[in-house]
Design a protein around this ligand. Structure first.
Ligand SMILES: NC(=O)c1ccc[n+]([C@@H]2O[C@H](COP(=O)([O-])OP(=O)(O)OC[C@H]3O[C@@H](n4cnc5c(N)ncnc54)[C@H](OP(=O)(O)O)[C@@H]3O)[C@@H](O)[C@H]2O)c1
Length: 307
């Protein structure tokens, strides 16, 4: 990548901030320039602003981490979801196609229906259950029109230091109430944004194109994830009750199984990402406890806040 310019969108978000940090570290001595953009500099959904941003920078590569990620919010705001997720990706793909530049698009396990019993591979047909999943899938389709200049990276169940996430929410609720009710009939792979950023960097270095699944190794239900969070944090006497998706009744439908098979990535990169339990240990060691940004209501069951 020497001499190249890399633009990172959503640079104030949970994943984008880790991607920006890691690419900045990697750029030292490697003579490539990293530029992060947030909503403050550019509303990506405003096509004119987006085109101005791209014309000013003329990036060789864009890592597109920005998205409207409120899965339940998307259900009631279909237009906003499609504009932010599908529309922006489409406009980026078109503009970067003209520049001859590359686009890495971060997508989601929620493009799958969850009916499959085993982990989803890149070749499995997508069939999203939610507006969020459909809007992200439409973005994928635009990015893939770029051929060997387009890369789709599907990740899942993110937790990172710079954003609302399940780990923070579980710890806050466990500390404040001592008991939790957590969904036990959805399976996925928790993924540390710091590790995902590392995987993305590897894929850019390897010039990967097409679709890649990229998560931490191992899988669990939200209930098992909550149990592990509480245990690793050393919180004693926390009562965690497993409940069903039906009991929680959220606006957006979610896949029962959204475990992603990451064999294609492991074969290319030479090794898989580490197990999510190990990643969680590092996350907890580095994270300073602070109140969750998610408002917690007494007496209600808890569920992943913003996936
Ligand atoms: N979180 C998960 O569990 C998960 C799982 C699988 C895949 N993903 C994917 O991973 C990526 C990163 O997710 P994340 O959880 O890190 O997201 P996040 O924390 O919600 O960050 C997304 C960022 O994008 C920005 N953004 C959204 N629309 C924008 C616009 N029109 N113009 C400029 N900025 C805009 C947001 O700014 P504002 O805050 O101002 O809106 C926010 O800073 C997304 O593509 C998501 O679909 C996430």
């Amino acid at each position: 990548m020497p001499g190249k310019k890399i633009l990172i969108t959503g640079a104030a978000g949970m994943l984008g901030s880790d991607v920006l940090k890691l690419f900045n570290e990697a750029s030292a001595g490697n003579h490539f320039q990293v530029i992060g953009t947030t909503r403050k500099e550019c509303d990506l959904a405003d096509r004119e602003s987006l085109n101005q941003l791209l014309a000013g920078i003329r990036p060789d590569l864009v890592i597109h981490c920005a998205a409207y990620t409120d899965v339940d919010g998307c259900e009631g705001q279909r237009e906003k979801a499609f504009t932010a997720n599908a529309g922006v990706a489409g406009n980026l793909a078109e503009a970067l196609g003209k520049l001859g530049s590359r686009l890495f698009y971060i997508s989601t396990d929620y493009v799958f229906s969850g009916e499959k019993i085993s982990p989803y591979t890149e070749d499995d047909p997508a069939s999203p259950l939610s507006v969020y999943g459909r809007s992200k899938l439409e973005g994928e389709i635009s990015v893939l029109t770029l051929g060997d200049k387009g890369t789709v990276i599907r990740a899942s169940w993110l937790f990172g230091h710079n954003g609302r996430n399940f780990v923070k929410a579980i710890l806050a609720k466990a500390r404040s109430e001592g008991k939790l009710r957590v969904v036990d009939d959805q399976r996925g792979s928790p993924t540390y944004t710091k590790d995902l950023a590392g995987g993305i960097l590897n894929l850019t270095r390897l010039d990967a194109s097409g679709i890649y699944h990229l998560t931490n190794s191992g899988d669990c239900t939200w209930f098992a994830f909550a149990r592990e969070i509480v245990d690793q944090a050393g919180l004693d006497g926390i009562e965690i009750t497993p409940i069903t998706t039906e009991q929680i009744g959220r606006p957006a439908r979610r896949p029962k199984n959204s475990v992603l098979s990451c064999g294609k990535y492991s074969a290319l990169a030479g090794k898989p990402m580490r197990h999510w339990r190990e990643a969680l240990r590092e996350y907890l060691a580095l994270d300073t406890p602070r109140p969750s940004a998610t408002p917690l209501k007494r007496g209600i069951c808890f569920y992943p806040p913003a996936l």
